[in-house]
Structures are given as structure tokens and as C-alpha cells.
Design a protein around this ligand. Sequence first.
Ligand code: CP
Length: 365
Amino acid sequence: MVKDGLVPHNTTEENPLDSEGLYPDPGRLLREDPIDLNILKRLVGQSILSVDQFDKALVLEVCKFAALLESTEIAANHPLDGKIIITAFFEASTRTRLSFESAVLRLDGKIISIPTGMVTGVAKGESLSDIGEMFNAYGDLVVIRHTETTAVEEISRNLRLPMINAGNGSGEHPTQALADWFAILKWKPRLKEDRVSEAHQIHLGILGTPGSMRAVNSFLRTTLLFRSGIRRITIVSEMADPLGPELEGLLRESGIAFQLSNDINEVLSDLDVIYMNSIAFLGDSYKTLDSRYKLNADSNLKPDAVVLHPLARLDELDPTLDGTHHNLYFTQAHGAVFIRQALLISILNRFDRLPQKEIPLNTGN
Ligand code: CP
């Protein structure tokens, strides 16, 4: 069945749809490749602050676990029963807060939510480190978003619970990067292999400024783990130095061919994946970067190219692309719930609550 107005993918060998006809089938990530519980257990009790904590094996197991959760009904097993998750959002969010909360509720956990800092003692001048101390008594895990890059470090001064960074200023957005790669791997599972033939490698275009945009920063760092599948990376930005010295060093070290461009039209017709973003966070405000680069259904995209965007979008990504098979950005947003479920179950070590028959986890024993 294909629903009206949203027809993102073709039913080819490369791109089969899920049973509803909306998104790539998550089962494609699991075939002949059982989940390795010993790798996932590295997350037990851990905070997730940066994608630098992940190696390729861990990203893959999280994505495979998310694929299993996407394709299996597990609510009846109440995996997060008795656990309280604090979602502390000191900056606006549509997707991240609601998808974390949806993930928790679908796993039968409970939530205490701060939808804006102004409903906390911050409005009266309270410090984040004091708020962190309070959180210890109120919940079992904290998901935090803040306008300031330093907020994660400040709150962790007194926090003794695991914490997930849901976006800290212009720093990082690690769970977004996992959702991004979950979407890419469902679209093209062969990119997970350690050897990918040149014919199947992708030319990745990033429209944005990784040095000052958290989602693009985390996405690029994670992409370096999948270097075997990347033929070339082109960063398209209006900034003279969109990477900054650290990211440029990491890219050079990776050995992936890369180039900078200030004109999307120079490369668009060669790009297989286009990652867009225009919102850069700066303290308590944001500015739009690279917003003169716009895509719509008439853009000169390769026939099989896919477009990613962490959203929210402004006018750089035209809604005329929504109903085309180039649209992988709704797959990203949809899959984020399952990535967040996989992380919560892993960090809180609730593997024993999963239905063992439907969730075949390889313990290596
Ligand atoms: N992708 C993302 O972080 O979206 P929100 O700002 O709506 O949470």
C-alpha cells in the first residue's frame, strides 16, 4: 500500500519498501546478521555526549537493534517499566523531545518533562549544576538540550545519572547522527560493509557548516566511520572555512577525498546523498547559514539521489520534494523513535525485558 502524497522509495532490489509502502524496510539491516548483545552492552550505564564515543561496530549494532524494534511489537513486554526519564529541554524542539518521549511511552516508561528552561529555577538564576544535583533524586536518566555548548558539562558536575545530549548549542547532536545513519543504512544496507565496490560508493554532499552546526558536525564525524562506502565528500557552504581545523584534520586523516564548494550547481548532478541544514545555534539565538542553497523537485538531482535534513527546515528544502523518492528526511524523523528506544533499553540494561523469541540477540555464548 502506498499512501497518497508520500511516495518516497522505489520497489527495486536496492530499495524495497516496508509493508506500509512509506519507508525503506528495516528488515534489510538484519538479514543474516544477528544483533551482537556484547557490543550493545558497552552502552549500559553510559552517558551519550558525543558521537566520538561510538565506533563503527557500535553504530551498526544500535542501528540493527533499532531496525528490530521498528519491525517488532514489544510494548506488551513493558521494557522500561518502573523507569523515569527526565527530558530537560532548555531550547525549542519539535522532533527530539517528542520522539524521546514517544520512545519512552511506547516502552512503558514514565516521563518528567521540562519543555522550556523558563519553568525551572533557571528563571530565578539557578545554576545548571544545582539542577543536575536535583535530577539525581527524580529520575533514572536525563535527556538534555540546551542553547549553550557548555551546558552538558555544567549539568554533569553533580549529575550521577546517565545523560543523553540532545543538542548542546553549536556542539553536538549525537542521537540525530545515529538517526541519520539509520536512515542511510536502511536505504542502502551495503554501505555497512567494510569493503564497498567503487560502483556502490556514494558521493556525499553536505550543505552546511559542520564547524558551527551541531547536527552536521555529529553527522560528519559519524560518516567518517563508514569511509569504505564514501567515494567523495563535498561541503557546500558560503563560509570560507566551513570545517574548522579539527574537522578538517579528521577528514584528511580519514583518507576520504573531499572538496569545498560555494556553488551547489557545480556538484549537484553527481551527488548520491545530499545532507541539508541551514540553522546554526549561537548561544540563546540562531542564525541561518548557507540558506541561499535551495532544493526543490525541479533541482538537477541524480535520479536515485536521496536528501537528508535533520529538520526544522526553512525555505532551503522545498515541500515539492516531500512526495518524491528523493525524500529520506521523513525516514530520518520516523526512525529516530526506534534509535532512541534502542539507546534507552541499552543504557538502562533492559535487554532481559525483550521477547526473546522475536528479539534474537546474539550473546556470543
Ligand atoms: N532534528 C532536531 O533536532 O529537531 P528538533 O529541533 O525539532 O528537535
